[in-house]
Design a protein around this ligand. Sequence first.
Ligand SMILES: [Zn+2]
Length: 83
Amino acid sequence: MTDTRHTKICTNCHMEKPNTTEYFYKGKKILRACCKVCANKKTVAHPNHKVFSNRYYYNNSEKIQQQQMKNYILQRVGVALVK
Ligand SMILES: [Zn+2]
């Protein structure tokens, strides 16, 4: 008893899997076209994913560093004014 509406064929491994979040990652509105197994493999195989997340982290940490630098300068200026 298999209902085709409740299964999804992975675009990567072409295996028919249940159309649930157990087998597919959720996209913005619908489940993603490739299954979790393939999505996980892709994440490992694609170094770009890591680069992107590193760059994202780098951008964020730069912001944090800038804020810290501002605070540091403000503190230094504050100390200089007191002295
Ligand atoms: Zn797959």
